[in-house]
Design a protein around this ligand. Structure first.
Ligand SMILES: [Zn+2]
Length: 454
């Protein structure tokens, strides 16, 4: 289903809310925007319309273990005990299963108002650890799933070679992630071929973390990026900071900012544990901080000082990372609530007189665009990508209150979603949700048997 023109009672344009806005679409793009005009016959009519949100960080296969790693084990449950369960899924998953799980995930993302996902993809090899005959096998499955859901995809193939700082040998549990530089270059060129053949797919690179990549390998992988996005996990866990200090006498972000060409291309995923100098260094670099507030809360990572970053002119975006739950609203709400809990204040990221929802949305939208080198602003020539809200039952909501109601109360949720001029969601439901969910149910039944988690 698609429409050549959409009329919104109000739309959040580049410079703020405008009323009675008519969008003309052509070949998946916005051909023209006119504010202050009545709807014309044939227009698709909506109440409130906002840009789509970029989800800058996802590991699609982890959607399969959502809700299945919440039983406390012996001793202290941590990120590292969660990782053991995650490895069981990683070692089990076939290409068909990857596609089914990713399709379900991406449908949920589109229903939530995400229009593009950065897939930080590290499940490259067959289950025995050998590369697939087609090195891009899993990346192709991710692209197929994104095509089915209609979501934009930035493939971020991850270079992963070691089990810890200092180039330690990988463990057997990591065998599906591992590449050498030649293998990675071949994979990257496969990903670029996939992007060239598919609508809405682009490619960056993702050196996994300083744990998994030596300085020489990092240098080589960054050189392969060109102008494309570079994503890397950094300083998520205190143990990672301690291990980095033992390895080189520097903290992870401190080392990275001194030794890598960190700039606007970079998205520093998590960056949870940093000091003022490191925060200052990130701001000066122009990099985006890739926050994943729900996952960081789920894994007990810690609280990133988001308010301080924004006050200093830094950039942030949001990602769903472990995909424990899929919601633009939850990510932004958790981001703000963690700041409130840490500071004993309210409305922490907002400037005086501003709506907190508006600031959260605008900052994450801007950072997400930078992190995925994508345009989601509602401007002529941009992709016709929108999220709409039906406010008929809550007519007192208008302007920024729509964003606040969505993010903080979820009394409003996305009603319709268009991506690249094609409607994917109507009345809150993805148009292919039933078929995708059916395949996902069958896949989960098989996966639970394979992992012994029945
Ligand atoms: Zn991650």
């Amino acid at each position: 289903m698609s429409s050549n023109s959409i009329h919104a009672k109000a739309a959040l344009l580049e410079d703020g809310w405008a009323e009675n806005v008519r969008f003309q679409l052509d070949d998946g793009r916005i051909a023209g925007i006119t504010a202050g005009v009545a709807a014309q016959g044939g227009d698709e009519r909506v109440d409130h319309l906002v840009p789509g949100m970029c989800n800058h960080h996802s590991h699609a296969f982890q959607r399969a273990m959502s809700g299945l790693a919440e039983i406390r084990g012996q001793g202290t449950d941590t990120f590292w005990t969660w990782r053991d369960v995650m490895y069981r899924f990683a070692l089990a998953m076939t290409p068909d299963q990857m596609e089914a799980v990713a399709a379900q995930l991406y449908v949920e993302m589109v229903e939530a108002g995400f229009c593009r996902v950065g897939e930080f993809h590290y499940l490259h090899n067959d289950r025995d650890g050998r590369p697939y005959a087609n090195r891009g096998e899993m990346a192709e499955r991710l692209a197929a799933a994104a095509g089915e859901a209609g979501i934009g995809l930035t493939l971020l193939p991850s270079f992963y070679a070691h089990s810890n700082f200092g180039g330690l040998e990988p463990t057997d549990g990591q065998r599906r992630f591992i590449n050498d530089l030649d293998g990675f270059e071949a994979l990257l060129s496969q990903c670029r071929a996939i992007a060239a053949a598919a609508l809405g797919v682009s490619v960056g690179v993702a050196p996994h973390s300083l744990r998994a990549v030596t300085p020489e390998e990092l240098h080589a992988v960054v050189a392969m990026a060109g102008d494309a996005p570079i994503h890397m996990h950094v300083a998520e866990q205190l143990r990672e900071v301690a291990d980095c200090l033992s390895w080189c006498g520097k903290r992870p972000l401190e080392w990275l900012l001194e030794n890598a060409p960190v700039d606007e291309r970079w998205c520093l995923i998590h960056s949870t544990h940093l000091n003022e100098d490191e925060l200052d260094g990130i701001v000066k670099s122009g990099a985006t901080v890739g926050l994943c507030p729900v996952t960081e809360g789920n894994l007990g990572d810690g609280i990133f000082p988001a308010a301080a970053l924004l006050e200093n002119g830094g950039h942030l975006g949001i990602g769903t990372d472990s995909n424990i739950s899929i919601s633009v609203a939850s990510e932004l709400r958790q981001l703000e609530y963690s700041q409130r809990l840490a500071s004993h204040q309210r409305s922490v990221v907002a400037r005086q007189g501003c709506s907190t929802g508006r600031v959260l949305f605008a900052e994450a939208q801007r950072g997400g665009q930078a992190a995925l080198a994508a345009t989601t602003d509602l401007v002529a020539g941009a992709p016709a990508t929108f999220v709409t809200f039906d406010t008929a039952e809550q007519p007192w909501l208008s302007g920024d209150r729509v964003l606040d109601a969505w993010i903080f109360s979820e009394s409003l949720r996305p009603d319709a979603v268009w991506i690249d001029g094609r409607q994917q969601v109507a009345s809150g439901r993805h148009l292919r949700a039933d078929a995708v969910a059916h395949r996902f149910r069958q896949t989960m039944s098989d996966l639970l048997q394979q992992t012994g988690l029945q």
